[in-house]
Design a protein around this ligand. Structure first.
Ligand code: SAH
Length: 244
């Protein structure tokens, strides 16, 4: 299931009472690119009600992992953020939704060392109890009206999933901005290498000497290779030369 960078983020629902909420949470997750659902001791699951509410996110339900306790759900996680409506878990660092999402995506989508992380939601009636919070490294609270701070479970999942989606988009943009592009000389060396190799293989012949290289240059300009990608291309050319 590791085809998507957000797969390293587990959404953990604890002792959910209404199966419909599980389905709505799955839908909320899928719209925001999340698909790793873990259910800790749900009252009723699988359930028609959950499938009905999930609509096209039934694959998230099908792939959901069901475990007996929270320790099993988060054992492999380096970061466990508990979502709480009320100020429980006083000794845990409290995060704004944006900050929580940034922390989660920084670890989960780290290009060199991606880690599994979890965002944990409590049951509808009681919320997370102190015993659950012992596993958490942080907690996050969605700001609300002081008159009524308790969101529906799936609405809380939707809000935080949206923040995760936005944080991931920002992170991708930053990664893109820091990509090292090769300079003109390096590109020129590559084109010469490409031309020599293609002449040696006979792909470029006397009938159309300049045309192919012009077209290939246009193609590689459009591709905007970074330095790593350019090195891969040079490596491919060298392997062709060794092959003959
Ligand atoms: N009656 C419970 C609320 C349960 S709502 C209580 O007062 O604690 C179910 C779950 O949705 C909560 O356990 C929490 O994980 C999430 N949730 C609801 N409102 C939230 C809020 N304002 N901020 C963060 N999480 C919230």
């Amino acid at each position: 299931m590791q085809n998507n960078k957000l797969d390293n983020i587990k959404i953990v629902l604890l002792r959910t009472f209404h199966p419909g909420n599980i389905g709505s949470a799955a839908r909320a997750m899928k719209t925001m690119g999340l698909n790793r659902l873990v259910l800790v001791n749900p009252r009723e699951f699988p359930s028609d009600e959950a499938t009905k509410m999930a609509t096209s996110a039934d694959d998230v339900l099908k792939n959901a992992l069901i475990v007996d306790d929270l320790a099993d759900a988060i054992g492999d996680c380096s970061l466990v953020i508990a979502s709480t409506a009320r100020s429980r878990g006083y000794d845990l660092p409290i995060l704004e939704p944006e900050k929580a999402a940034r922390l989660l995506t920084q670890s989960a989508c780290n290009p060199t060392k991606p880690q599994t992380v979890a965002l944990v939601f409590g049951p509808e009636r009681t919320g997370l109890i102190n015993q659950d919070l012992e596993y958490a490294t942080h907690r996050v609270t969605i700001p609300t009206s002081p008159d009524y701070s308790s969101l529906n479970l799936a609405a809380a999942v939707q809000t935080l999933s949206y923040e995760i989606w936005k944080a991931r988009q920002d992170q991708s943009k930053r990664d893109e901005a820091t990509r090292q592009l090769p300079d003109a000389e390096a590109m020129d060396r590559f084109y010469r290498h490409l031309e020599i190799t293609l002449k040696e293989t006979g792909f470029i012949n006397k009938k159309h000497p300049g045309e192919i290289m012009k077209k290939l240059k246009r193609l590689f300009t459009r591709a905007q290779m970074d330095e790593t990608e350019l090195n891969i291309m040079r490596g491919i050319l060298s392997s062709v030369e060794r092959f003959k």
